[in-house]
Design a protein around this ligand. Sequence first.
Ligand SMILES: [Zn+2]
Ligand SMILES: [Zn+2]
Length: 134
Amino acid sequence: MSRVEGGCYCGAVRYEANGECSNTMVCHCQSCRRVAAAPVVAWVTFPGSGFRFTKGRPKEFKSSAQVVRTFCPECGTPLTYRHDSSADAIDIATCSLDEPERFPPTHHSWLAHDLRWVKFGDGLPTFQESRPQP
Ligand SMILES: [Zn+2]
Ligand SMILES: [Zn+2]
């Protein structure tokens, strides 16, 4: 059981998540890339029931039919991702955590969308799409 806190760059939006972190990865998909305007985005997954915003109110938008993302309306930091098919899970942008060092990624997903100039030398497993469920 862990408890983590984080928020956006400007401090207007803060959150906490309680529970077991079930996944930590780096996503190379096109929608993460465009939403964050960054080559890749690292994510950690927590139980949705243990997550709450503790300060401010993020803006929500649908990045695809089944996906709702949030970001800070003041400074734009991407914060969370929820998919309809995993109702009790929330992905949190790892680098919005106060202590991102606690959650190193275990793999890379969606290499199928990768930019050719993105080169990681970390030796972690890579997957063309999402990592298959065990
Ligand atoms: Zn902000
Ligand atoms: Zn992605």
